[in-house]
Write a protein that binds this ligand. Structure first.
Ligand code: PMP
Length: 439
């Protein structure tokens, strides 16, 4: 009997034996193409020699030194490199161990900032429905996946949710993308007015929505309008790039493509690429200095902040993404993946939408293409697709997201950026097999 929990099913999953580029191999020797990089984590694939060498070298120097006493060379260099590549205006880095931790730190930083600048009434957060920001209590409160939140609702910080920017389902008949984007962005202004501007501290959103909607990018102009509204009302914009950041969408930061700079951003997943657990929160000098020049101390912290081995791994990952050109490759190969998916499934009677940016693609499945009617949740289409794809040797990330109170089905494809054309053919072939079996 295994002592590990949780398990998604009674049957134990296969045991992973090793990784080889875009493949994971189990102890029976079966190979799985890692079409979702786990959950958009393994951006470099498995067994990257540069990253493993960097980890080993750091372990030989020193594994751990508490940030209450020391800084470390890899942590300092990682922070410098992140800021060199971050949108202009983001100037300070706080290194944590994962995505939820980065979001938790972002929320607390925002709150402390307003206390320091003499606006202590600001504590409310506005976020979006059908979003995910992590599983710790603050991050979970911010997320708009009602099923995940519900049992823990009594423990949560005050957050309200507006519509996501989800053109496939939200755009009205005859409405332009632009008008749709402005309309849903303006929901933020209405919500601020309803709550009272002096009580709101932050608006939180994923630039490209990951797990909950399946790689849904915003329409043009949406985030610029959001930025404007935040500025008008003195509210901080927190962008969660935990899943869509670090080159996943073809630029190192996803928000680069929307022409906005957040006040705070959270990254993780691709930053460690699965080689080490690491995340980071980046913020502007204005926020940092308000605290540094005020009480002097961000009232937060975890034991493994700035862990030297995790930082060394992330530094090597970031070097591969930038100097190694892999973030650019994600853009180019991601477009080829989109074209291949459209060619194979664009006319499929149950494929409603194929979307995304860079190496971050989603397919939404519907009962009826014309009306976009989702499948009955009882059919568990996305779960069956995941199982059928896995059986065929393809890993893809499934989700039944809530759409107007109903479950909708999609899968997320987020392969490693080292993907070759032959792998795209293999993804399409295996997805085709899975679709034929599952629907
Ligand atoms: N934000 C987003 C957008 C995510 O996709 C995730 C993880 N799926 C998180 C936050 C939480 O990250 P972690 O699981 O590393 O805590």
């Amino acid at each position: 009997m295994s002592h590990i929990f949780p398990r998604n099913s009674r049957a134990a999953p296969p045991m992973v034996a090793r990784g080889d580029g875009v493949y994971l191999i189990d102890t029976d020797g079966k190979r799985y193409l890692d079409g979702s990089g786990g959950a958009a984590v393994s951006c470099l694939g498995h067994g990257d020699p540069q990253v493993t060498a960097a980890i080993k070298a750091q372990l030989d120097r020193v594994a751990f030194a508490h940030t209450g006493f020391f800084t470390s060379d890899p942590a300092e260099r990682l922070a410098d490199m992140l800021i060199d590549h971050a949108p202009a205006g983001l100037d300070r880095v706080y290194l944590v161990s994962g995505g939820s931790e980065a979001m938790e730190a972002a929320l607390k930083l925002a709150r402390q900032y307003f206390i320091e600048i003499g606006q202590p009434t600001r504590h409310r957060v506005i976020a979006r429905r059908q979003s995910y920001h992590g599983n710790t209590l603050g991050a979970l409160a911010t997320g708009g996946n009602m099923w995940r939140r519900e049992p823990f609702a009594p423990l949560m910080i005050e957050t309200t949710h507006i519509s996501p920017c989800y053109a496939y389902r939200g755009r009205a008949e005859g409405e332009s993308d632009w008008d749709y984007g402005q309309r849903v962005a303006n929901e933020l202004e209405a919500e601020i007015a309803r709550l009272g501007p002096d009580t709101v501290m932050a608006f939180v959103a994923e630039p490209v929505v990951g797990a909950t909607l399946g790689a849904v990018p915003p329409v043009e102009g949406y985030f610029k309008r959001i930025r404007e509204i935040c500025d008008t009302h003195g509210i901080l914009l927190i962008l969660d790039e935990v899943m869509c950041g670090m080159g996943r969408t073809g630029t190192l930061f996803a928000c680069d493509q929307d022409g906005v700079v957040p006040d705070i951003t959270a990254i993780a997943k691709g930053l460690g690429a699965g080689y080490q657990p690491i995340g980071a929160m980046l913020c502007t000098a204005k926020i940092h200095d308000a605290i540094a020049d005020g009480s002097g101390f961000f009232q937060h912290g975890h034991t493994y902040l700035g862990h030297p081995v995790a930082a060394a791994a992330a530094l090597a990952v970031l070097t591969r993404l930038t100097e190694g050109g892999l973030a650019d490759r994600a853009r180019v190969m991601g477009e080829r993946l989109q074209s291949a998916l459209e060619a194979a499934f664009g006319q499929h009677p149950h494929v409603g939408d194929i979307r995304g940016r860079g190496m971050f693609r989603g397919m939404e499945f519907v009962e009826d293409r014309e009306t976009k009617r989702p499948f009955d949740p009882a059919r568990k289409v996305s779960a069956r697709l995941k199982a059928a794809a896995f059986e065929a040797g393809l890993i893809c990330y499934p989700m039944g997201g809530t759409i107007d109170g109903r479950q909708g089905d999609h899968v997320l494809l987020a392969p490693p950026f080292i993907l070759e054309d032959a792998h795209i053919d293999e993804i399409v072939d295996k997805l085709g097999t899975a679709l034929a079996r599952a629907i």
